[in-house]
Each structure stands twice: as C-alpha cells, then as structure tokens.
Design a protein around this ligand. Structure first.
Ligand code: WTA
Length: 635
C-alpha cells in the first residue's frame, strides 16, 4: 500500500483536492480500497450535521490491528515497527519487529480476554510512554474493547472522573513512571482514584520501576502474571466500520471533559492518509513524534498512522531537557530519524537553551520536520527551520484537533509552499470555511473568521461518549450545517490558512487543552474561595499560561494570602493535575460582570495580557469600579 496514496507534486495535490470535493465518495472509496477489509462497504458516506450523524464505509467489516500488524507480516515481518527510547540514555533501548509486535499484541489480547474483557467493554489505560502502552491499545482493538487512554499527568480526581464517565471495567497501569530525574507513583494515584469506584473489576499492573505497590486482593494483577502462558495468536474480532475504536477525553468550554469517540473504519483510513502525505514517509524511513500517547497526537501519529502504514515509529519515554537540552537531537542521530514531529512549546524551550546543544549533532537524516498543538510564532518557526532543519527540511505545521482525529490543514512534505506561522492548505477531503459573526462565509483574503468545516472527513468525531446532545451543542449548533472548531483563523490571497487560536474558553498550555470552567471549578472547591475567573495570557515558552482572578470570602491578610494561594495551587493539582496550575493568582474583591451576572472575560483577558489601554466600555458593568481595582493590582 505504501506510497500509493501519496501525492507527489503540487499539481497532483490540486487535482486530488478538486476530486475530493467534486466526488468525495469516489475519492475516499479509492483510498479505502488500499486496506484489508473483512467485508467491503455498501456505501462510502452517509451524513448530516444536524443530529449529527456521520457514517463512513457503512456495512464494511474490519479489524484495525489486522491492518497494523497481520497485513505487514509477509513483507515486513522483520522490519522494525517500534523503537523505544528510555528516559535514561544509559538504559537499553527496546526494538520490536512487526512480527514481535504482532505476537505481543496477541498475547496481551488473549490475556485481556482471560480477564473477562469483551467486545464493547471500556478499558482505561493510565500508563507512561512505554511500549506496553501501545501494546495495550492494540490488544483492546484486537478484541473489540474500547480503549480510553488517560494522560499519566492527570490527578486522581481527573482520572476517577474519566474512568467513571467511561464506565471502564478494567484499568491498565504501572507501578510508577520515569520523567527526567523524577519518578512518579502511578499505581498510588490510581488507587486513590478507585476509592469509591464501582465499575472497575480488574487492574493490570505492569512492573516498570521494580517497586512493590499495594495490590488489592481480587482486583489487582501483575502484567507478567496475566500474560503467562497466553498464545501468540489471537483471532481479530470482526468490527463494523462504525463500531467505536476509542474514547479520548478532552477539555471544552464547559466544565466537564468530553469523551470524544472515534470509530474503526474512518479513523484507520484518515490517519494513514494524512500520515503518508504530510510526512511523505518512504519504506526505510524512521519516523518520530515526541507527543505523549495520552493525547490525540500520540494516538494518531505514534501508534495508529505509522503502524497502519508499515512504518518504523519511535516512542520516547523521557523529556526534551533530560539529561540535557540536546536529548532530542541525540535521539535523532542515534536512530537516523527521517521525519520528526514536536510541539512549539518544546521548540521554544530548547531554543532558549542555545545552539550549543544542537551543534553537537549532525541531524543529517532529517527530511521533514513538523510542529503541532498550538500556533507557532515566527521566531520559533525560523529557529526550527534553520537550526534543526538546517534550511533543508520543510517545516510542516499540522493544524488539527482531538475531535478531527487526524491532521486537517498542513504543509505536505516539500510539495506545498511554506510560510512561517501559516499552517497552509487543507488536505484533500477537508473543506474548511471562515465564518463571520453572522455565520456568513468570508470570501476575501486576510479577514479573520471562525474556522468551521462544511463537509465530513473519515475521522471526524462521531459523538461524545454517553451524551450525544453535548456533541451536537458543542460542535454542530453554532452555525447550521457546519462543524465548529473553536479556532479563529485567516486566509491569505493564495488560500493558505493561518490559525490564530481558540476563540472559546479553552486555554492551550504547552499544547495541553484546558477549559476555563474546569479550572475554575477546581479553584472553587477550595473552602476559602467564593468565586473565580480564569483566562489565558501569552507566555514565551508555554504559548499560553493561566491567570486566575480569585474572590475570597473575607478580607485576607498578606500572610493568609500566601496560604490561600498555596491552597489553590494544591487544589488544582489535586483536581486536574500540576499542568493546570495557574501561573498567576490575583486576589480581587469582585469580578467584572454584566448586569445579568455574566463574567466579562474579555476585560480580564486584556488585563492578563497587560493591555489596559483599551478595555472597552465598562460603564454597563454591575460594578465598574472593580475594574480599576483589578488593573491597579494586576500581576
Ligand atoms: C490548537 C492537538 C495552531 C488549536 C492536535 C486546536 C493548533 C487545539 C495547531 C486542538 C497548529 C493544534 N496551529 N493551533 N498547528 N494544532 N492547535 O485537541 O487551538 O489537543 O483547536 O489536538 O490546539 O488541541 P488538541
């Protein structure tokens, strides 16, 4: 299959794009034919964005792992599928050929079955970046269980909510994890999360650090014990194209994280198609995406897209700055990485460490370098292009979302034009539009609008788990007939898109998404807090940082202030995780509100950005004086 679906010239891109719009069913039917289906589809696409109801490849049957593993055995059985690089460079790396990975997945799939996991059951995976994480996901997919990976940086409360919402029957975890110089006790966090839980029957624990965590009798079992004696073959469960493949929780503008649901057929087709085109992967290339598998980028471009393509994919356990800021570049040279994908926040933090760390490595193997997760500023783009790509590798800026399943707007290898801070053209099959306030499509160039998509693509989210209405309201109710992304964007005269950022109440900190309401809820659980408002503000490394305006229930003294600040930080860390802790906390006597009681976030955002020259009309506020006080004491 490799390369057959690859676009090779800009001309071909335009042709394919036109075809994908004029005859999408034919276009996607041809691409889907490259995969191994148990039964072909009756209809390529049926859809409406009103309910919404989107079905791709209806009537088709498949198992995605058969396409990731079995299908490659004949030609690529001995090819490296997965290279695992540990946190500590002195520790040995681990490599799996396609055959070895196939066997490991089958063994663990059989183990899951032996533990009573059946098709349709939800399995939560709370693990560090180790091969067993990818193996767990594929083992679930093998037997038709729905995986829900939960980022290992989430706290016990956040974990507990997600397990509960998915009604998971089984959880897979490890004793602990390595992160740079630190070790974190994952199992202990999970134990706390499961204190009042009633749905989880079994917990499988992989021994990562050689610790001896508490093991609850009858519930907790070691990975080594469940796999012992299991066969290296496991018949793949036959799935319908529209059966759920996984749930991934993400933050939106409302308080509770949403379980975004992706399905088997469409997700398979689109992650493969986007991976092969954007990165122009060739048979002997080594691909490395530095994202965490706990987020969508890791799902689509460490595990699914690359393995579906028969690629060699690198998985890195550690962080960019341990033991030093040359770690990424050392790994690129070590494995001869050809395509590299990372986040602007990582680029900015490494840029701040200076060029010396880069100059010790050749980086000659690189062909395409990518960026994802947040808008990249021009300075970081240029540094990346010059010092990492050596002016030789195209930078592909991948815009997409958890909900879109795969890259939507991006450069395509060295085929499409590059323009710093512009993501570029939509991939074939993707039909973006910019809407103005009134919901009218903006035609001309350089005008900012709401980025929406007007036609389905194979990996669009199908629902939010357990609450379809929420999916409709969040994504399909803003403008009739459009999928609403939550991002603002503009288009230049050549049709290239530049993503400006979120226009809703979502903050993107180092590429991690948080809803302001979610953080406010956490802050408000503190006894001393009456109410709070959280906004994002620009941060030189993290992209955005969190600023909290907090109202307490009494006039607090200077000392009490530090105490309360500490308490708020602890509460947010406990409710969500350390990554969501506000960088700035300002105590205020009240929040700017409209007469109807709505918090004027626009004003708070301006204050947080340090831009107080134009706060707009504040005279209609319930208490205009409060704004002066906030400005005066701004941090
Ligand atoms: C932002 C990550 C600018 C955007 C794949 C989007 C980006 C949100 C880019 C989704 C990019 C992602 N340029 N902004 N290349 N990529 N974003 O769900 O605001 O974690 O809506 O998916 O990140 O974040 P998510």
């Amino acid at each position: 299959m490799m390369n057959k679906m690859q676009i090779k010239t800009l001309e071909e891109y335009h042709e394919k794009y036109a075809l994908s719009v004029s005859d999408p069913e034919y276009f996607w039917g041809e691409i889907a034919s490259e995969f191994q289906w148990v039964k072909k589809w009756d209809k390529v696409l049926e859809w409406n964005f009103t309910e919404p109801d989107v079905k791709w490849f209806q009537g088709a049957q498949l198992n995605i792992t058969e396409n990731m593993l079995d299908r490659h055995l004949e030609k690529r059985g001995n090819k490296l599928a997965l290279i695992w690089e540990p946190n500590d460079p002195k520790q040995r790396f681990v490599r799996y050929t396609y055959r070895e990975l196939y066997e490991q997945v089958c063994v663990f799939a059989n183990a899951l079955k032996a533990q009573g996991v059946e098709k349709g059951d939800r399995v939560c995976i709370y693990m560090p970046m180790i091969p067993e994480l990818a193996i767990s996901m594929m083992a679930c997919a093998r037997i038709g269980a729905i995986h829900s990976v939960i980022f290992a940086g989430f706290s016990a409360n956040a974990l507990s909510d997600r397990i509960e919402d998915a009604q998971a029957k089984l959880v897979i975890t490890t004793d602990g994890l390595n992160r740079g110089p630190k070790q974190i006790p994952l199992k202990r966090v999970l134990d706390e999360a499961l204190e009042n839980n009633t749905c989880v029957e079994k917990v499988i624990v992989y021994d990562c650090l050689g610790w001896f965590p508490y093991m609850k009798e009858g519930r907790d079992i070691w990975w080594a014990d469940v796999v012992a004696g299991q066969e290296k073959k496991c018949k793949p469960e036959v799935m319908n194209s529209e059966d759920s493949l996984f749930i991934l929780y993400t933050s939106g503008s409302t308080g509770k994280p949403k379980g975004v649901v992706h399905t088997c057929g469409g997700y398979m087709v689109y992650t493969t198609y986007s991976f092969q085109n954007v990165y122009q992967y060739q048979e002997s290339d080594v691909f490395w995406c530095t994202a965490d598998v706990g987020w969508i980028t890791g799902h689509s471009y460490i595990v699914y897209g690359p393995l579906l393509s028969g690629a060699t994919t690198v998985m890195f356990e550690g962080i960019p700055t341990y033991p030093d800021a040359g770690r990424f570049w050392q790994i690129i040279d070590k494995y001869g990485v050809n395509q590299f994908l990372t986040a602007p926040t990582a680029i900015r933090s490494l840029m701040a460490c200076g060029e010396d760390h880069v100059l010790s490595y050749s980086l000659d193997s690189l062909k395409v370098i990518g960026t994802v997760g947040e808008p990249i500023n021009e300075e970081a783009w240029k540094w990346y292009y010059q010092h990492i790509g050596k002016g030789r590798c195209p930078v592909v800026d991948n815009w997409w979302q958890t909900e879109t399943g795969g890259i939507m707007i991006s450069g395509i290898g060295n085929i499409s034009p590059m323009k710093p801070t512009f993501a570029g053209y939509p991939l074939p099959g993707i039909q973006p539009v910019l809407l103005n306030q009134e919901g009218k499509e903006i035609g001309g160039p350089d005008e900012e609008g709401y980025l929406c998509i007007k036609f389905p693509w194979p990996s669009i989210l199908r629902t939010t788990y357990g609450d379809h209405e929420r999916c409709r309201i969040n994504y399909f109710s803003h403008y009739d007939g459009y999928y609403f992304t939550g991002d603002g964007a503009k288009r230049d005269e050549n049709g290239m898109y530049r993503i400006i950022g979120r226009i809703d109440d979502v903050i993107n900190v180092s590429g991690h998404r948080f809803g302001t309401a979610e953080i406010e809820n956490a802050i408000n659980t503190s006894n001393l807090v009456v109410e709070s408002a959280v906004v994002g503000y620009p941060h030189p490394v993290k992209g955005q940082s969190i600023y909290a305006f907090v109202v307490c229930d009494h006039e607090i003294s200077e000392e009490n202030r530090d105490f309360t600040r500490g308490e708020i930080i602890e509460t947010v860390a406990a409710e969500i995780g350390k990554i969501a802790v506000p960088e700035k906390i300002q105590f205020v006597s009240g929040l700017p509100k409209t007469r109807s009681g709505k918090i004027m976030r626009r004003i708070l955002r301006k204050i947080a950005e340090g831009d107080i020259s134009n706060l707009g009309d504040t005279s209609t506020l319930l208490d205009p004086l409060v704004v002066d006080e906030i400005v005066e004491n701004a941090l």
